[in-house]
Design a protein around this ligand. Structure first.
Ligand SMILES: *Cc1c(COP(=O)(O)O)cnc(C)c1O
Length: 487
């Protein structure tokens, strides 16, 4: 600990711009400086087990885990594509893993160059001017992007813009981020064809609107064909357009949110750019903005000097900091590797293949699952439960039965537009064989729902645990090994 303190102290003394901690704070860094009342009075009671038992315990748990490397994972909205192993190799290079965030810029030029190049590749892909890679997740990016929106209006002295428009089909994080940002949420309705109702939008647009949050294709997998008209209307009323980039995958190399009129967006690197989702992380949610908003991005921003060196820029107009340093660097390395692997030549195949896969499943199953909106979808689509409603078998039952057959369940009960939503997203990295096997199992479950509904309603039968009381599990989680033993 002492050695570590000294190291931090020495490194920060190097005068790394923006990161030098005041000396009095550094003193507090030492464990000995902990106040007495916070220190343990007696030894912590830790589980006493041999290394071998620990190895077996974790190996057995890992064997029960389900991930994209184990089986098909059609979790709609989450873009569970293959995580290429070369990404892991590159991000594990010791020259990157050995970096300390407090090192002087002169010794981290390579890492800063990766940051700079990745942010510019994302800008080119998205049609926006500049990206920050600092936010740690999609939702964190949403909050950051909305803070940029707020900063823009505040800097112009336009303080009455406190409302943000969110469609009724939006992902739950959209209204949540707006609320965390202190904005009021105004809902805009969808038409029967699943797209935003422009006639419903028009009367909402006045001088209290900060902007609108949208995703395109929307959460039903449908392209918002009136996006140019929507962008025009929102801009005319003085608002900005925020793009939720969770659905960027089908657009790659084909069309760009910036060209549709969006001013701010986030990208989920763990979705479109093949980095792992992990158990809710680590992710990364880069935020891109149009030219007139660049100075509001969070600090520090990575810039390139005329002599070709990279440095951390701190903008006076910035909304401030949103993360400790400059993003989740290991995740950034993976995404950068993915972009370089595909290159301009191949990245444009991602969207069409993801779209083809989704439409193939949709068309192959719509005679046994209810498709509420006909037509071509993009990378994902939504069924409203089974076609035969007389069986009493719900979407939850279907999802649980799929576990018995070795599949991860699709996203269920989202979007909220339908009562029995089943949202399927196969991604471009699945083979035709995998899609055909999944279609066959989905058909089999639909048949079981008619012939032996109780078998489906009581599923899963072959998983390590049966149907869980999810509410109790979420509200009263057992997190201590001793409580587990008592069970
Ligand atoms: C995944 C997702 C988000 C949130 O992103 P996280 O990285 O999970 O925080 C937001 N909107 C949509 C449509 C999504 O699918």
């Amino acid at each position: 600990m002492k050695y570590y303190d000294k190291l931090i102290f020495e490194l920060s003394k190097e005068g790394r711009k923006g990161y030098t901690l005041p000396e009095n704070r550094l003193k507090n860094y030492s464990l000995t400086a902990l106040p007495e009342n916070l220190k343990r009075k007696e030894e912590a009671e830790l589980p006493e087990v041999s290394e071998f038992d620990v190895v077996r315990h974790y190996t057995n748990i890992s064997n029960k885990n389900f991930g994209v490397d184990t089986g098909f994972y059609p979790l709609g909205s989450c873009t569970m594509k293959y995580n290429p192993k070369i990404n892991e190799e590159i991000c594990s290079l010791p020259s990157f893993t050995g970096l300390h965030p407090l090192q002087p810029d002169s010794t981290t030029q390579g890492a800063l160059e990766v940051y700079y190049n990745l942010s510019h590749a994302l800008a080119e892909i998205s049609g926006l001017a500049e990206f920050t890679l600092n936010p740690y997740a999609g939702a964190h990016g949403e909050l950051t992007g909305l803070m940029v929106m707020r900063q823009y209006h505040m800097k112009r002295g336009d303080l009455k813009r406190t409302k943000v428009i969110v469609p009724d089909s939006a992902h739950g994080t959209n209204p949540a981020s707006a609320a965390v940002c202190g904005l009021q949420i105004v809902e805009v309705k969808s038409k029967p064809n699943g797209r935003i109702d422009v006639e419903d939008l028009k009367p909402l647009l006045d001088d209290t609107i900060a902007g609108i949050m949208m995703t395109n294709p929307n959460t039903l997998g449908l392209f918002e064909t009136e996006i140019l008209e929507i962008a025009k209307l929102v801009h005319e009323c003085g608002g900005l357009l925020y793009y939720d980039g969770a659905n960027l995958n089908p657009l790659l190399g084909k069309c760009r949110p910036g060209d549709m009129g969006f001013d701010i967006m986030h990208i989920n690197l763990h979705k479109t750019f093949s980095t792992p989702h992990g158990g809710g992380g680590p992710g990364d949610g880069p935020v891109g903005v149009a030219k007139n908003l660049v100075e509001y991005l969070p600090n520090p921003q990575v810039r390139k000097a005329e002599d070709g060196t990279f440095y951390l820029h701190r903008s006076e107009d910035s909304l401030g900091r949103v993360s400790g340093f400059v993003g989740n660097f290991g995740v950034l390395m993976r995404a950068y590797t993915y972009i370089l692997t595909l290159g301009k030549e191949y990245i444009k195949y991602v969207g069409p293949l993801a779209t083809l896969n989704a439409n193939y499943i949709k068309e192959s199953l719509k005679d046994c699952y209810y498709l509420p909106i006909e037509g071509v979808c993009k990378h994902e689509f939504v069924f409203d439960g089974l076609l035969d409603k007389s069986t009493g078998v719900t979407t939850l039952d279907v999802a649980k039965r799929l576990l018995d057959y070795g599949y991860h369940a699709p996203t269920i009960y989202f979007p909220l537009l339908f009562h029995q939503s089943i949202m399927i997203e196969p991604t471009e990295t699945e083979s035709l064989e995998t899609l055909d096997e999944f279609i066959a199992i989905m058909r089999k479950v639909a048949k079981e729902a008619i012939e032996c509904p109780d078998e489906v309603k009581s599923a899963p039968h072959n998983t390590p645990v049966r149907r869980l009381d999810e509410t109790t599990a979420a509200k009263h989680p057992i997190l201590r090994y001793r409580d587990l033993k008592a069970m």
